[in-house]
Design a protein around this ligand. Structure first.
Ligand code: UDP
Ligand code: MG
Length: 219
């Protein structure tokens, strides 16, 4: 009797687990910080060590810019060069689709690092409108880095990145946008007690040690 019950339950567990994870809401960590603060670098390290999927809003926009037949290519290109923020409808659709595709391929992948988003009020509103109730934002991982260090890193990266915005002129604009538009978003989450700040001016290993401590604590 008991044996049959055990057999029955263990047969059902995998499908039950599957169902639970299918219904799992995406768990999101927003990764913010100035250009060159090390968001992408640290996200790669996180992915190697934790079960997160890294989605860079900037990378998704660059992919969309390069996609043949995209109606947004030119608009994205202009915004990126000028350090301006692309209208959220475009970005949110890319993010939503990337999350859905990831979870469809593998239902256990419901933890996301969303890197470089939300960058302004418009981004945040778009997220809240489209993703309300559909995803949980666990916290904001904030890479706090001196602007001069950020500019130096991006200029260094510009020697090989091929990015149209890793030059001094675009960088000045990106820093301005960051200070004017993105910092207030970080402050907003700060008020909600949702910001975990890392001193990002140090070496990759030193920064990652701090990131690890935060993620181990947050679970
Ligand atoms: N961008 C945007 N919306 C986003 C993310 C990026 O418009 O949600 C654009 C913006 O012009 C930004 C550029 O993409 O300056 C590069 O962003 P990315 O995050 O790749 O740069 P990083 O901060 O990592 O150096
Ligand atoms: Mg990046």
């Amino acid at each position: 009797m008991f044996g049959r019950w055990v057999a029955d339950v263990s047969r059902k567990v995998p499908s039950l687990l599957k169902r639970v994870s299918l219904e799992m809401k995406p768990q999101v960590v927003f990764v913010l910080g100035g250009p060159g603060a090390g968001k992408g670098t640290q996200c790669s390290r996180i992915v190697e060590n934790y079960s997160y999927t890294h989605l860079s809003a900037g990378d998704l926009l660059r992919e969309e810019r390069a996609r043949e037949g995209s109606e947004f290519g030119q608009l994205i290109d202009n915004h990126i060069k000028e350090g301006q923020i692309v209208p959220v409808q475009i970005t949110i659709n890319l993010l939503k689709k990337a999350m859905e595709d990831t979870m469809q391929k593998d239902e256990t992948k419901f933890r996301f690092l969303i890197d470089g988003f939300p960058r302004n009020e418009d981004n945040l509103q778009g997220w809240n409108t489209v993703m309300d109730g559909k995803a949980d934002v666990k916290f904001v991982l904030f890479f706090d880095c001196d602007n001069k260090v950020c500019i130096q890193r991006c200029l260094e990266r510009g020697k090989s990145s091929g990015r149209t915005d890793d030059n001094r002129e675009s960088l000045e604009k990106r820093i301005q946008t960051y200070l004017q538009s993105t910092r207030p978003i970080i402050q907003l989450y700060e008020k909600l007690g949702k910001v975990r700040t890392v001193d990002a001016s140090r070496s990759v290993d030193e920064v990652f040690a701090e990131v690890k401590a935060i993620l181990d604590k947050e679970g």
